[in-house]
Design a binder for this molecule. Sequence first.
Ligand code: HSE
Length: 311
Amino acid sequence: MSSVPAVATAFAPASVGNVAIGFDILGFSVNALGDRATVRRTAERGVRIKAINGVVADLPLAAEKNTAGRALLAMSEMLNPDFGFELTLEKGIPLSSGLGGSAASAVAAVVAANALLAKPCSQLELLKFAMQGEAVASGSMHVDNIAPSLYGGLVLTVGIDHPRVKQIPVPPAVRAVVVHPHMFLSTRAARAILKSSVEMKDFVWQTANLAGFISGCYTNDLDMIRESFEDVVIEPQRAALIPGFSEARRAAVSAGALGCSISGAGPTMFAWCLESHALAVREALVIEFAHHGLETDHWITTIEPQGARLV
Ligand code: HSE
């Protein structure tokens, strides 16, 4: 027991999820930004949130209403340790940005808390605790931000009650361009507008595109990735929520992107491209948002299979 620390800090990266065609099941980590959680052991059992700092203020401090707090409560209820968790959160991911901020907070919290346990949990167990936290933020139990933030890289998750997680290889030449316009879009609201049924022809295209995209990744086939990089179900329904989305997407593809879509529920947009096109693709997106009066933050990054870690 003496080797188990009394306090630990973890970093969990931002993530893009959905990756266009993989609604609620496919996401990738963006290590350029993320959230940090410091968890301290306390004599009093339960979960207490001491402070939330960083780029987001005004998040609930009541553990059951906070994504990271809820994830820790799930952990504490399942494991029933003879001590409590005190959490300090440092937010690096903007609120309602579509960059998986709630997921990253939950993931960072459970990874830090795990370091305080004499018998640490598996990654899969941590995933399930963090999923409870995500449900607080978005009202649904999806995994496409949680899984890449925890495992790292491009991650496919199949199943909710018994999730199976697969890290998919990303062709080494691929770069991700991520552009965040300065506006808020609530995940709940962006989910609430979605129709509950899908036309047969869209079902066929979406299935083909997801299969094509994944097989393109496994076989390093950039043409296959380009051809299948089209979400025909969710993106058309959400496009109107993001000012200038269609023009921005078109401009990114003209600048050489393999594909471009909404990051999660938006408003952030992302594109995949070769390194040689990355600056032009980023510029295209930034300019289109500027035409609509929106300033942006932006990143160009590789997609490394490195997820949450102790720091
Ligand atoms: N898959 C989710 C969505 C991600 O697109 O609604 C947002 O958290």
